[in-house]
Design a protein around this ligand. Structure first.
Ligand code: ASP
Length: 330
């Protein structure tokens, strides 16, 4: 990365992904879905397809040989951290895994900027998950290397939204004209915050179904409204299920509740069962960022509409594409 580029990024950590003064995606941060336009998505998904083909044909190849990624996780993760690891290793690179910050200098009180300054000495890109909203942007402010937001508290999870969109395209072939129903904990679920924002690049209808105390935040609703996207808020899944093309289920985010009793009251509000799904279309899909903790019954897993396990695999190809892009190799 040139000094010039790093200065641009430091002074403006929200520099749009698509706003490529230097004509490439090299060195860019991925902090929020707000950075992307449709041309970016088309390009990222084209690269993701190439990655899929290469993985099927040769498994592992040397596009990022010699490059190192740091996975810096201040919150638990199974899919995001392991898919970034797999993505980097499939591309011939290697990984510094910090999956439990209790065993790093964070537990000695080290600040996020100092941890980032340290890790960028040893790696070419940093993937960060942190409980505070805005933490990835803060990290990017201090970093000279690309920062990828893998979930900042209840804020955003942009790479999940990209893989969610890729899943919809792969499974249904298009996004325009679809009715997408987001179900569950829409207040604390960062994946739906990112996905609703990203879908505003398309002509869709959004339904938000949640317990009354876990609504989609007003801030997200206003942003989506400003893009003239139709939004319906309800607690009644049965009302919107028959018209739904994509049912995006989320778990109630136990770790965000101050009062465990409140969590216990709302956790079982919705359960997707084969019987309930007789009321849905035949050509719709059910997605979930996972982990699930009871909101989709295992009896539904064998239904062809259950796309949540395929969704995980799509994530590998999208994350491979993103790493290749920000490291200047796609
Ligand atoms: N794995 C997703 C996330 O990190 C969804 C979840 O945890 O419920 O946001």
């Amino acid at each position: 990365m040139t000094l010039h580029n790093s200065i641009i990024r430091q002074s403006n950590p929200h520099l749009p992904f698509g706003d490529r003064q230097d004509g490439t995606y090299y060195g860019k941060n991925i902090l929020s879905v707000k950075q992307f336009n449709r041309a970016d998505l088309t390009f990222i998904f084209e690269v993701a397809h190439e990655m899929e083909e290469m993985v099927r044909r040769v498994g592992t190849f040397d596009l990022l040989k010699g490059k190192i990624l740091t996975n810096l996780f201040y919150e638990p993760s199974t899919r995001t951290s392991s898919s970034f690891t797999a993505a980097m290793e499939r591309l011939g690179g290697s990984v510094i895994p910090i999956n439990d910050v209790r065993y790093s200098s964070v537990s000695k009180g080290e600040s996020l900027p100092d941890t980032i300054r340290t890790l960028e000495c040893y790696s070419d890109v940093i993937v960060i998950r942190h409980p505070e909203t805005g933490s990835a942007a803060l990290a990017a402010k201090y970093a000279r290397k690309p920062i990828i937001n893998a979930g900042d508290g209840t804020g955003e999870h942009p790479t999940q939204a990209l893989l969610d969109l890729f899943t919809i395209l792969e499974e249904l072939g298009h996004v325009d004209g679809l009715t997408i129903t987001m179900l569950g904990d829409l207040k604390y679920g960062r994946t739906v915050h990112s996905l609703a924002r990203l879908l505003t690049l398309y002509n869709v209808r959004l339904n938000y179904v949640s317990p009354e105390i876990l609504p989609m935040p007003a801030e997200v609703i206003e942003e989506v409204n400003a893009k003239n996207i139709s939004q319906t808020v309800t607690t009644d899944l049965a009302k919107v299920l028959p018209e739904t093309d994509v049912l995006y289920v989320t778990r109630v985010q136990k770790e965000r509740f101050e009062d465990p009793e409140v969590y216990e009251k709302v956790k079982g509000s919705y359960v997707i069962t084969p019987e309930l799904m007789t009321r849905a279309k035949d050509d719709m899909i059910v997605m979930h960022p996972l982990p699930r903790v009871g909101e989709i019954s295992m009896e539904f897993d064998s239904d062809p509409r259950a796309a949540y396990f395929r969704q995980m695999e799509y994530g590998l190809y999208v994350r491979m594409a993103l790493l290749a892009l920000v490291l200047g190799k796609a």
